[in-house]
Structure formats: C-alpha cells, structure tokens
Design a protein around this ligand. Structure first.
Ligand code: HEC
Ligand code: HEC
Ligand code: HEC
Ligand code: HEC
Length: 454
C-alpha cells in the first residue's frame, strides 16, 4: 500500500469516526418563526420514523362501566385510594395497571395472590402512591399536561421500572489525584447527550430549586450568584430538555432573547417552565417520600430513590405519545378525592363530638380533625370528667373487617385526644357498633365516631 493510499484510508477512517456522532442528511427543517431569525426545528425523518411506532398508546381494556353498584371501598378490605370506584371499574383499573406496569409478571407483581388485601409487597405500596401521584399531575398540573394528561403507561410503557429515571451522581473519588473537583464533567454521560457538561444537572434543578440561569440579574456581582458552574449546569439541563423532547433549543427559545423574558418566545417556553416545577413536586412529594419503601437494589449509588426527569414521560417525543389523549379513558386518574370531601361537617359541642370518616379510612381528615376542639376545652376545664368513644361502621361489606375498621377509628380519636393533652386513663373505649342499616354503604353518617362526656 502506497503512503498516499494509507494516508487517504486513515483520513476516510477519521472522517467516519468524526461523523459517527452526527446525523446523515437529508433532514427536515421546519420553520417556526420569521425567516432569518434561525427559528427552525430540524427533524431527522429516519429517527422520527423509528419513534412513531414506539409512541402508540395501548388500547383500553374495554369500555368504562357506569359507576353503579357496590363500591370497591365496601367490598374489598384495604382500598384506600380508589374506594369510590364501582367494583367493575376497579377491576378494569387493576387490569389496566397490570398491562401498563407488569404485563409479564401479572397481578402477582404487586399482590400476594393468596390475599389481595395484604400490603406486604413493596410494589403495591409504591403503586398506591403512584396512583395518587398520577391523579395529582392530571388534576393540578394542567398548565403542563393540559387535557392530554398522563397514565402509568406514559412513564412505564410495559416495564416495572421506567426506562428513563435518574439517580444522584456518585461523588467523585478524590483520593490520590490532583485533579481537583471535576464537577461531574467530561464523563460523556447520556444525561447530557454525551457532551462534556456536568453529568448531574438534575439534583440542582429538578430536586432542589436552584435558579436556572447563565447570567446574573445585575450588572455588578452584587447579589449575583450566577457562577460558571451554574452556567454549565444550566446548559446541561437544556441539553437534557432538547434530547428528551427530540427538539432543538429554538423549540422553546426565541434566539434573540434566550433568558430575556417571556415575550416573543414560543408558548412551549411557558409549558416547559411549569414542567420544571411539576417535576420538582413529583420528585420531592412522591418519589423521595418512597425512599424507605424501595429495597436497596432499586436505589442509586448514594442510597437515593429513582427520580423523574423530562425523558421519563416524553421519551424523545415533543408530547408524550405524540399527544395521544389516553388518560381521558381513565377518569379515576384525572382527579383526586380531597381529604374529607363529601362528608357532613363534624359535630363539635361542649359535651359531645361526632366525627365522620371516608370509606375504608380511619384517619381524621380535613375539617373532621377540628371537631374535638370544644370537647377538649371542657375536659381541660373539668379534670374529673371521662369520655366514652364509640366507633360505628356501615352494614355493607365484611363484618369482621368492618369491626376492625370501627375500632381503628375509635383509636385514632383517642390518639387525637392524647395529642391534645387528654390522657388515655380518661378515655373509655366502647365496642364497635353497626350503624342503622345502610347496606349499600352510601351514607357517610354510618362511618362515624361519637365521643360523649360521661
Ligand atoms: C402495579 C401494581 C398492581 C398490580 C399489577 C395489580 N394490583 Fe391490585 N391493587 C394494587 C393497589 C395499589 C391496590 C390498592 C388500591 C387502593 O388502595 O386504592 C390494589 C388492590 C386490589 C384489590 C383489593 C384487595 C382488598 O381486599 O383490599 C384487588 C381485589 C385487586 N387489587 C386485584 C388485582 C388483580 C386481579 C390484578 C391483576 C389483574 C391486580 N390487582 C394487579 C396494585 C396492583
Ligand atoms: C412520571 C412518571 C411515572 C408515572 C406516571 C408512574 N410511575 Fe411508577 N415509577 C416511576 C419511577 C421513577 C419509579 C421508580 C423506579 C424503580 O422502581 O426503581 C416507579 C416505580 C413504580 C413501581 C415499582 C416497580 C419496581 O419494581 O421497583 C410500581 C409498582 C409503579 N411504579 C406503579 C405505577 C402505577 C400503577 C402507576 C400509575 C397509576 C405509575 N407507576 C405511574 C415513575 C412513574
Ligand atoms: C423544552 C423547552 C426548552 C428547550 C428545548 C430549551 N430550553 Fe432553555 N430554558 C427553558 C426554560 C423554561 C428556561 C427557564 C427556566 C426557569 O427560569 O426556571 C430556560 C432557560 C435557559 C437559559 C437560562 C437563561 C438565563 O436567564 O440565564 C439558557 C441560557 C437556555 N435556556 C439555553 C438553552 C439552550 C442553549 C438550549 C438548547 C440546547 C435550550 N435552552 C433548550 C426551556 C427550554
Ligand atoms: C408526567 C409526565 C411529564 C413530564 C415528567 C414532563 N412532561 Fe412535558 N408534557 C407532558 C404532557 C402530557 C404534555 C402534552 C400537553 C398537551 O397536550 O398540550 C407535555 C407537553 C410539553 C411541552 C409542550 C409541547 C408542545 O409542542 O406544545 C413542552 C415544551 C414540555 N412538555 C416540556 C417538558 C420539560 C422541559 C419537562 C421536564 C422539566 C417535561 N416536559 C416533563 C407530560 C410530561
């Protein structure tokens, strides 16, 4: 081989290596603003073709039945979130989450199939909280998810562990080297599209609420805390935004004023701003709270729980599942019952309190928690008095578990009194009582505790 051929071969090989990170033309540029302003989004039709079939929603497991007949909260023993669903719709929900989260493993992924009421498997405990999380996202984060909404499938896509999750980066091992703090850089991490940017742009912005900023807000460094590190983290996060949504920077930013206010920017900038706040809430209020529920092998190098970022839902698409309105088939995931919704107000008298409970629940929620105020005042003023507590349950459902529930309701009232300074020695617990026949279980008056001064 001549020197020239060898040189050419090497040059061709070098070009191939260099371009391997680029996308082969042709590409489709789509203009999204005035000509000449660079407001273009560049799509690679071959990449899009691959994504489309991966982003089709699954068919619902049959139509929704009218929410009539006995409720899951009455028929089953341990239903805390979906108690208001009819048994038929509850079972439809169970079939759906199985198809979305554990199609291979089936019901047994979350359940002890000898006893479906058992909470022994951590997956069931996690799933119950995930139902609440999904309801919260759909009900309170409409500025981001709009009417499209999300279901478990949006993140899980048939996998028990969603494909796109993140953990805190492992702290740098600084023994025996003189490199100093690498700040997580030059790690070719996928989180930042293999760039040299810091590999964990999520902890500061999607868990903590550090300002996402490159420039200071003042000309002089008075109170201006934007550092180079912060700028690098900001660009790391922006790279994640672009790669998770399969778009470039101009999808959200007007090139003339990145960071210069909202005016003139695509509406997607505002949607994304809400998305950042939504993800922070999901991570802090739902995921972090589940840390102890997860076994060690599901946690990250620093013992933290798996968390959500933009890719968890979007998975390469500008809208998850290209905006397919899948959630509307599952109204139980669109709203959540606020604690104490639909209960009569508590009776709060000097010598008597009556407190009401939700189906299947023994916690005093919302307004009900305030119903003991008058009674506590009397008992504090008259130290010789004793209170008798009776828990009532409805006639619907299994008698043994209803009695257990009524007892737990009475105990939670005793605990509230103790918290207000009334010792257990002044509390007499009565046997659980069945309320006036209320076989359908609809009447909230049947689910009550009475506390009477004697
Ligand atoms: C991804 C986890 C998960 C899967 C898979 C799952 N379930 Fe459930 N199941 C739950 C959760 C969570 C609850 C409690 C719901 C609540 O508290 O509102 C529950 C409750 C139940 C209950 C009520 C039990 C009681 O007495 O309290 C039944 C019955 C049930 N599931 C049946 C099924 C069946 C049948 C399947 C398979 C088709 C299934 N589940 C698959 C998570 C799951
Ligand atoms: C916003 C994204 C998101 C949505 C929506 C979501 N999940 Fe999850 N889910 C996660 C993350 C993140 C984890 C933690 C991953 C892990 O298990 O290590 C997780 C874990 C789980 C696990 C534990 C799996 C295991 O083996 O560790 C279950 C079960 C589960 N989710 C059920 C559900 C159900 C049921 C729904 C719908 C009601 C739902 N999820 C909706 C993100 C989501
Ligand atoms: C999905 C929408 C979206 C995409 C795509 C996106 N950004 Fe952003 N960007 C935002 C939002 C929203 C903020 C403001 C965040 C905040 O204030 O909480 C922001 C903030 C910034 C800032 C900080 C401005 C300041 O005030 O200092 C810079 C710089 C930036 N983006 C650059 C980029 C670059 C470069 C890209 C492409 C790699 C990009 N963005 C892609 C939504 C996006
Ligand atoms: C819980 C799932 C979920 C997560 C997590 C999520 N999104 Fe979204 N996002 C959605 C849904 C659903 C829509 C579609 C809303 C609609 O139809 O208008 C959407 C829409 C958007 C849009 C508007 C697209 C358009 O063309 O109108 C932007 C921009 C966006 N998301 C950015 C982000 C960013 C940035 C993050 C991370 C900080 C993020 N999203 C995290 C569910 C999610």
């Amino acid at each position: 081989m001549s020197l020239m051929t060898r040189f050419t071969t090497a040059a061709v090989a070098a070009v191939v290596v260099l371009l391997a990170g680029c996308e082969r033309p042709p590409v489709d540029p789509v203009q999204r603003g005035y000509r000449g302003t660079g407001m273009e989004v560049v799509y690679n039709p071959r990449a899009v073709d691959k994504l489309v079939p991966l982003n089709q929603p699954p068919a619902p497991p049959g139509p929704l039945a009218p929410n009539e007949g006995p409720k899951a909260g009455q028929v089953y023993q341990n239903v805390k979130v979906l108690g208001d669903l009819s048994v038929a719709n509850f079972n439809r929900h169970m079939a759906s989450i199985t198809a979305w989260v554990s199609p291979q493993e089936g019901c047994a992924y979350c359940h002890n199939v000898q006893n479906f009421a058992d909470d022994g498997k951590y997956t069931k405990v996690v799933a119950r909280r995930m139902i609440q999380m999904t309801q919260k996202v759909n009900a309170d984060w409409k500025p981001h998810v709009a009417a499209t909404g999300v279901t478990c499938y949006t993140c899980h896509r048939g996998n028990p562990v969603p494909a796109q999750i993140w953990f805190k980066a492992e702290p740098q091992d600084k023994r025996g080297n003189f490199i100093g703090n690498l700040n997580g850089q030059n790690m070719a991490a996928r989180t930042v599209a293999l760039s040299s940017l810091p590999n964990d742009p999520f902890t500061p912005y999607l868990l903590e609420a550090k300002p996402i900023r490159v420039n200071g807000t003042t000309a002089l460094p008075t109170g201006n805390r934007a550092s180079i590190q912060q700028a690098e983290h900001t660009f790391g996060l922006m790279t994640h935004f672009s790669s998770s949504l399969g778009v470039n920077c101009t999808y959200c930013h007007n090139t003339r004023q990145i960071g210069g206010g909202w005016e003139g920017n695509p509406t997607q900038l505002t949607t994304a701003w809400h998305g950042i706040r939504m993800v922070r809430e999901v991570n802090n209020d739902y995921m972090v709270g589940l840390t102890d529920a997860f076994p060690a092998h599901r946690k990250g190098a620093t013992g933290d729980v798996a968390k959500v970022n933009c890719a968890s839902c979007h998975q390469g698409a500008y809208k998850p599942l290209y905006g397919a309105q899948m959630a509307k088939e599952f109204p139980e995931l669109l709203a959540y019952a606020k604690p104490g919704d639909g209960l009569p107000p508590p009776v709060s008298e000097a010598a008597r309190s009556v407190l009401y409970f939700n189906v299947g629940s023994f916690t005093l929620e919302g307004e009900q928690a305030k119903g003991l105020v008058q009674l506590v005042a009397t008992m504090t003023a008259q130290p010789a008095t004793k209170v008798t507590i009776s828990g009532y349950h409805s006639a619907a459902g299994d008698l043994a578990s209803n009695q257990e529930l009524a007892k737990n309701r009475a105990l939670s009232v005793r605990d509230s009194l103790a918290a207000a300074g009334i010792p257990a020695s002044r509390v007499v617990l009565d046997k659980p009582l069945q309320a006036e026949a209320n076989v359908s279980g609809e009447d909230p008056v049947a689910r009550r505790v009475e506390a009477t001064l004697k």
